[in-house]
Design a protein around this ligand. Structure first.
Ligand code: TYD
Length: 208
């Protein structure tokens, strides 16, 4: 599949500040006159947003890790077909708040030890990687507090507790080692404006 645009993803634990920074970056690049599509997972297309509701609401034990992998992958396939690939084909910059790395870390390492299953399904159904991935790192307790303080009704994953947040952090650290060519760490503990500046300098050299 040829794609002329640029595919950028934001990753990190819940409350790491990545969503705020993704929005800010999209505004900055749009103001520069670039064609930018800001999107998110789970969701990012009409069908995937429907699947999102099944995933983020309800009790933590609602789905087994295996079922979760299937639901996230179904949502991702729709997101890819309807939103991401059409935008990349017309040459846009696609900024996605989470993508396949979230499944690698959440279902593959933190929620369960199912990385092999995640990788197999990814190869079969998705088979696309971002051009660049910014991995937001933040102190696990701070992230948990920020996530719960939002009280969004979408707390199914935050409800899994502090131990889960520590595993997530370790999972994201391992991801940086797995994909050193496309993954860049961002310190999410810094002040908002500083993080935004770090994001800009991280992408500058990569953008077409
Ligand atoms: P998100 O909306 O990004 O939550 P937040 O804004 O709090 O970061 O994602 C919802 C939850 O789904 C989040 O806890 C991470 C989880 N998730 C997975 O477990 N696997 C996945 O593949 C994706 C995309 C998200």
């Amino acid at each position: 599949m040829s794609r002329s645009g640029f595919f950028l993803t934001f990753e990190g634990a819940d409350g790491s500040g990545k969503s705020t920074q993704a929005r800010r970056l999209a505004e900055t690049l749009t103001a520069q006159g670039r064609d930018v599509v800001l999107t998110r997972e789970p969701g990012g297309s009409a069908g995937a947003e429907e699947i999102r509701k099944l995933l983020v609401e309800g009790a933590p034990a609602r789905w087994s890790p295996e079922t979760e992998i299937l639901l996230f992958t179904a949502a991702r396939r729709d997101h890819l077909e309807r939103t991401i690939l059409p935008a990349l084909q017309r040459g846009a910059i696609v900024i996605s708040d989470r993508f396949a790395d979230s499944t690698r870390v959440y279902q593959g390492a933190a929620r369960a030890d199912l990385r092999k299953t995640v990788d197999q399904l990814h190869t079969l159904m998705i088979s696309q990687e971002p051009d660049l991935t910014l991995v937001f790192d933040i102190d696990a307790d701070v992230g948990l507090q920020r996530g719960l303080a939002r009280n969004s009704g979408e707390d199914r994953f935050e409800d899994l507790g502090a131990d889960f947040q520590y595993k997530l952090r370790a999972g994201y650290k391992a991801l940086l080692d797995d994909f050193p060519d496309r993954c860049v760490a961002i310190d999410g503990n810094a002040a908002l404006d500083q993080v935004a500046a770090d994001v800009l300098s991280a992408i500058e050299t990569h953008l077409p």
